[in-house]
Design a protein around this ligand. Sequence first.
Ligand code: APR
Ligand code: ZN
Length: 230
Amino acid sequence: MKLVVLTGAGISAESGVSTFRDPDGVWMKMDPMKLATPEAFAADPALVHGFYNARRAQLREVEPNAAHRALAQLERKLGNDFMLVTQNVDDLHERGGSRDVVHMHGQLQQAWCRSCDTRISWDEDLSTGTECPNCGSAGRLRPDIVWFGEMPYRMDEILGALDTCDMFVAIGTSGAVYPAAGFVEIAANAGAETLELNLQPSEGTRLFDDFRHGPATGIVPAFVDEILAR
Ligand code: APR
Ligand code: ZN
């Protein structure tokens, strides 16, 4: 059975990482157009670096939860018949044991040099003066995050997997942002069974064959146990 799982911020919520569109979410307090677009970065790189530096630093204080660990168990069992795609830029899937995570929106712990185009693993703060360890140019590193208006990563791989999967499961995502929000329809058109696991109905709930609502740390391990028992 070929399974594709898409996760969003909701899977990391119980680890203490804020979601974006819940009442206490990041975009409820700050304007994404001033922090998460190429134009915002060009206009005020120090402001944008500060926003991502704070989120990168927070990763040191949070831990993966039972939902992350359950998906790692599923990967171990299904191997190449399993693809984990995440919209999240945290490292909690990896720290929960997942080995192959498709970060379609990039990663907080990676910097991207706009001079030499290399991507560098990065745990510290970034600033407008930071030098690239590869080419030495200063002030040319940006967070390796896919901003609004930019093309998500590894889309060919993702679309190929959606076209051939038997089941597609979306976990902890509001269905507010494309192309991820359209994955359920691509999978359904390819004949896959579709399931939403979320705290509450998302914007796309009616597009799914089935849905279970509750906290990810409860409903995701239960779902994984069902799949492993098949
Ligand atoms: N368990 C399960 N689901 C939860 C939990 C929880 N404990 N807490 C919140 N959720 C659900 C919310 O109900 C909501 O549907 O997670 C979803 C989070 O939605 P968003 O905050 O919109 O996050 P996400 O869908 O990942 O956003 C997509 O938007 O800002 C961009 O690039 C950013 O990747 C992000 C994208
Ligand atoms: Zn460089």
